[in-house]
Write a protein that binds this ligand. Sequence first.
Ligand SMILES: Cc1ncc(COP(=O)(O)O)c(C=O)c1O
Length: 406
Amino acid sequence: MQDYLPSSILLIPITKHIDVEKARRETPGCGYVVHFNNAGASLTPQPVLDAYLGHLHQESRIGGYEAAEQAHDALEHTYDVAARLLGCHRDEIAVVENATRAWDMAFYALSFEPGDRILTAQASYASNYIAFLHVARRTGAVIDMIENDEYGQISVEKLRATLDDRVKLIALTHVPTNGGLVNPAEAVGRVAKDAGIPFLLDACQSAGQMPLDVDALSVDLLSATSRKFLRGPRGMGFLYVRRRLIESLEPPFLDGHAATWIDRNRYEVRPDARRFENWEYNVAAKIAFGVAIDYALGWGLEAVWQRIESLAETLRTRLRTLPGVTVHDLGRVRCGIVTFSTESREAAAVKEALREQGINVSVATPSWALLDSTARRLPDMIRASVHYYNTEEEIERFCTSLSALL
Ligand SMILES: Cc1ncc(COP(=O)(O)O)c(C=O)c1O
C-alpha cells in the first residue's frame, strides 16, 4: 500500500500535539505561579514528585541502603531513558550531581600540552570558561574564541578555517545561559568529526527543550542537567561519553565506585561511563530524574520543541510592542529563553516586582557569559524562559504586568 504513496507524503514527520491542559493538570505549580523561569528550574510534574517523595518515604521506613537495593530497577531505568533521550547506549551515560560536574569530569579527563588549542564560542558559559583558563594556566594550552556569524551564532566557516593540528578540543555551549540563541551544534559536530577532534557539547539548557541525538550532533562528550527543561529534581545531571573514548579517558577523580582496588599498588577503572561517577548520591533524585526523562519522552521532544519555539516567539513579538523594552536574543534558531531589558527599571527590580504578582523570571547577569556580554555590551537582563506547559494567556498576563511596571 505504502508503495503507492508519493515520497513527499512518506517523509512528513508526525509530531504529537501537546495536550497543554493535561500537562498543567499534572503540574501542581501551575496552580500557584506563572513560571517563566524554566531555564532556572522547571516546575516538577506530579509523577516526578511522587517518585521522589515515594523513595524518601521508603528510606525512612526500611533504611537508605535497603531502599536503594529495592529500587535497583528504577535506578537502572534512569540510564535506559537517558540513553533513549540521546540515541546512545546506556553504558555511555554517567549520572552525576549536576551539569557542571558532568562537564568538568569530561574536560579535566582530557590532556593538554603547551600550545594545544581549545576552540570555543562567544556564548561560553562562565564555569566552562573558568575551567579553560584554569587548565590553560596549568598546561600552557591556549583558548581560541571563534567569532559569531551574522546571526550571532558561532561561525562554522571561521571554525573550519582556523583548524590545525594543535586543536585538541572543540567545546560549545549549545544554548547559552543569557539568551535564546541555539548554536548550530550539528554543523560544529560535523567539522569536529571531519577533523577527528573531540567535540564537547554543553547541552545543559537544550536537553528537554529540543530533540538531541548524539550521532546527528557528532558529539563525543555531552553534559546536561535535570532541573531545567527536563523537569527533574535539583542536584542531578548526566554525562554522555562516546564509547570509543571511554577507556582512553581517565577521570580526574577516582573512587571505589569508579574503580576497583585490586592490590596494594593497583586499581582497575570501570570500563563504562560510570567511571565518571562517584559512590554516594541522592538515590531519590536519581530515580526521579529517570521518571522526568521518561515523562519528557512521553510528550515527545519534537512536540515539546515546537510548542516552546512558538510560545517564545509569541512572547518576543509581544515584548517588542512594549515601549522601552529591548529584546536581546540572537540566533538563526531561537529557543524558549527570552531575554530583554527595560529603559525605566533595573532587571532585578522588575524580577522582584513580578515575583510579588506570582510571576517568576530570573536575571541574566553579564558575568555568567562574559565574552558575549562584553562583546554585545549587555546590561543585566530579565530572562523569561517558557516551557510547553505555559500558555498564551500567561504570556498576556506577563506582558500586562510588565507594562504596568514600565
Ligand atoms: C549553559 C549552561 N551550562 C551549564 C550550566 C550549569 O548547570 P548545573 O547548574 O546543573 O551545573 C548552566 C546553568 O545555568 C548553564 O546555563
